[in-house]
Each structure stands twice: as structure tokens, then as C-alpha cells.
Design a protein around this ligand. Structure first.
Ligand code: ADP
Length: 380
């Protein structure tokens, strides 16, 4: 059963949020509807934080979809509360704040851990550098920062430098990429302390109190999932767009879809540049022409089509990619190999999407600054 957004919208327009006269579509409470097969995610924005109204709205949405659209639909309702006008102003100001010298900020996300998000980010960074762009990588994966290992700089610590009378953190440079990672400031067994506001504060320092210099692209390796830390990051940085990584496996796809829904939420409104399929097929080194679809075939490209977002490319499951990550020499550094070519194609698609995005983006307040900067970055 494939659910249809219009049917769901029609069903939702027959109910209203408690205390409001208009139905929830007309009142603007329904922010977004994402469907995938028999699953649907409905984003609601309510003007009141009252728990009973929130719960009631969730139940009503589920009920009406089951009754009027499809009784076996798997419904997820995400509720956010509209901020007061003064709070809203503050958020927009923070979000719109550009980082001097940084032209495009691309967040790399995954719904599920272990799908290869950090591997993709590292190789994307190296490929962008090979194409001549100035690249930075902010490893914000507070649960498993792997940037320092992947770039073979695990024993280094960023130095403090004086920039215009202010002390700033200097990113570590490796393979042409400037990098800061939460891993430079924690020991592996300490990672658990990097939670919530504390992590957000540390990340803010790495964003605003760091000497990134001029960058065409700052890639941000986000933690897996869709949590508070994502919201903090997206509120503190004007993110140009997001890349979502998934394997073709159903469990990963279901979470990737939530990732896309998070970026699409009206209060976040970060354009999704597209989906990458990692571990798309297995290729043994001795049989380079053989493809084994061990996690399923083309799942992420179908998901992209279903969600109407670009499909950015596929990266095969190859033993040497794991090895190159472990020894700290990204596979994309090589020339004309199966992997480096796959990463190059992926990278070109990402750049293309950034160009398109910057050219076509409607002038929203939060993205405006990034848009202007971004055009000059990728078009020069
Ligand atoms: P995440 O950031 O999503 O948690 P990682 O990038 O750390 O995932 O990858 C998890 C593990 O899988 C790492 O050991 C990495 O080297 C390996 N890996 C990721 N993608 C591939 C691939 N396409 N082929 C082989 N190994 C991979």
C-alpha cells in the first residue's frame, strides 16, 4: 500500500486542534507530510505547549488517517511548539548569522549509526579538496567522533592562535582538509559527557571561535539520528543543505526518512541536497566486476524518488574502504580507482546540488545569507 499525501491532507482537514476553530490544515498546524509506502510522518506545529492538547492532536491525527485513509498505516506524529515572536526573532538572528569566510555549510546526516556517514564525509572532503575547493570538516559526532582517526591526526591537539586580538582554535590540517573534531577534546571513554547543552556549547566554540579562514565548503559530520543536538547545530549555523547517508537496508532507510523529515520541518527548513547510498553492493577485490546486493538493491535511490529529493550516488562496500579509514588515509586520495571515481561522482553531484540550491532557493530569512555567499563559492 502506497499512501498518498493528498488523501492524508484531506483527512486532516476534517479535524482541528483543540481550542482552534479552523481545521488543522487551514490553521497551518500541519507543517509537512512525508509518506513512504504504508508509513507517514506528520509534522504538526502547535501554538500551545499544553501536553493534553498535544497528546489529543497526536491521537486525532492517527485516528483520522486510520479511519479515512488506510487502517494499517504506520503513523508518526511529530509535534513542535510555535515560539513567541520575541523567541522567534532571536532564533532567526542566530540561525542567519554567517560565519565569516565560510561560503557553504553542508551537513552530513544519517538516521542510523554505522551506515558510513563519517566515511562518506571524510572522502567527500578529500574529493572536494582534489577538485580545488577550500574545505573544512567539523566532526560533530559526539557519540563516536572518528575524524581524527580517518585523517591520521588522532594524536594532535588544535593550537590556540591569536586572530585580531582574540584567541581562536586552529583546525588541524590533513590531506588538504582543515578539521576540528569533538574527538580532539575527549577521551573515547569520556564521550558520554558530551550531551545536550554542553556539546552544543563546545560545538559553538568550534564553529565561531575557530580560525577556519576562507572555506568554500565546511562539511559537518552530524551525530546519527534526529535529536536535540541536531537542532542546536542547525540553529547556530546557517546550513546551506544536508546530505543524508543510508544503506539500502530497510531499517536504515526508515531512519534516513526521519532524517529527511527533520530537515524539511518548517522550523528547521534546511534544504536536503540529496541521499547517498552507501554499501550499495559488495565487490570483492579479486572479482571487481561482480556486484552482490547484500543489503538489498537500490533501496536508497527508491527512497530518494519517493521523498522527491535528489539521489546523489552510490558507494560500494569494499574492504579497502574500511581499511583506508582505519589507517587514516581516505580512499578518495587515490586516483582512478573504483572508490575514488565513485566518490568523485558523488562529490560532483553534491556540488551541483549546492549550485542549484543557491541559485533557486526562495529568499527565506534564515538561508538568505548563505545563498549569496554560496553562489560565489561554487561558481568561481
Ligand atoms: P557512521 O559514521 O555512520 O557511524 P562509519 O563511517 O564510522 O559510520 O562506518 C562504520 C564502519 O563501516 C567503519 O569501520 C567504516 O570503515 C566501514 N565502512 C563504511 N562504509 C563502508 C564501505 N562502503 N565499504 C566498506 N566499509 C565501510
Amino acid at each position: 500500500m502506497k499512501l498518498n499525501k493528498e488523501d492524508i491532507k484531506k483527512a486532516l482537514s476534517t479535524i482541528s486542534v483543540a481550542g482552534e476553530g479552523q481545521n488543522m490544515v487551514e490553521s497551518g498546524a500541519v507543517q509537512n507530510i512525508v509518506t513512504f509506502g504504508d508509513e507517514v510522518i506528520v509534522d504538526l506545529k502547535l501554538s500551545t505547549p499544553a501536553l493534553n492538547i498535544r497528546k489529543r492532536a497526536e491521537v486525532d491525527v492517527m485516528k483520522v488517517i486510520h479511519e479515512k485513509v488506510y487502517e494499517k498505516a504506520k503513523v508518526e506524529v511529530k509535534v513542535s511548539v510555535e515560539t513567541s515572536s520575541s523567541q522567534k526573532k532571536e532564533t532567526n538572528e542566530i540561525k542567519g548569522k554567517p560565519i565569516p569566510g565560510i561560503k557553504n555549510i553542508v551537513a552530513v546526516a544519517s538516521g542510523k549509526g554505522g551506515v558510513g556517514k563519517s566515511t562518506i564525509t571524510a572522502n567527500l572532503a578529500v574529493s572536494l579538496s582534489k577538485l580545488g575547493f577550500k574545505v573544512g570538516l567539523l566532526d560533530a559526532d559526539i557519540y563516536g567522533p572518528s575524524g581524527p582517526i580517518m585523517f591520521n591526526v588522532a594524536n594532535e591537539k588544535p593550537l590556540s592562535v591569536n586572530v585580531g586580538g582574540k584567541s581562536k582554535m586552529k583546525p588541524i590540517q590533513s590531506y588538504g582538509v582543515k578539521m576540528l573534531s569533538i574527538g580532539f577534546f575527549t577521551k573515547p571513554d569520556q564521550a558520554v559527557i558530551w550531551r545536550g547543552p554542553m556539546a552544543a556549547k563546545a560545538l559553538n566554540q568550534m564553529i565561531f571561535d575557530a580560525d577556519w579562514g576562507e572555506l568554500d565548503f565546511l562539511l559537518v559530520d552530524l551525530p546519527p539520528g534526529t535529536g536535540d543536538i541536531h537542532l542546536s547545530i542547525m540553529q547556530s549555523m546557517p546550513i546551506t543543505g544536508a546530505v543524508v547517508v543510508s544503506t539500502p537496508q530497510n531499517v536504515a532507510l526508515a531512519d534516513a526518512k526521519k532524517g529527511v523529515a527533520m530537515f524539511n520541518q518548517e522550523s528547521i527548513n534546511v534544504p536536503v541536497l540529496g541521499i547517498v547510498e552507501n554499501m550499495a553492493y559488495f565487490t570483492p577485490a579479486e572479482l571487481p566486476d561482480h556486484k552482490y546486493y547484500i543489503f538489498g538493491e537500490k533501496g536508497a535511490s527508491y527512497l530518494a524518488k519517493d521523498l522527491d529529493v535528489p539521489f546523489l550516488g552510490e558507494i560500494p562496500l569494499v574492504q579497502s574502504l574500511r581499511e583506508s579509514g582505519d589507517i587514516g588515509r581516505p580512499a578518495a586520495l587515490q586516483d582512478d580507482t573504483l572508490l575514488s571515481n565513485a566518490f568523485l561522482e558523488l562529490t560532483r553531484n553534491v556540488v551541483q546540488q549546492v549550485v542549484d540550491r543557491n541559485e533557486n532557493l526562495p529568499e527565506t530569512e534564515a538561508i538568505q545569507i548563505t545563498t549569496m555567499a554560496g553562489c560565489s563559492a561554487v561558481n568561481k
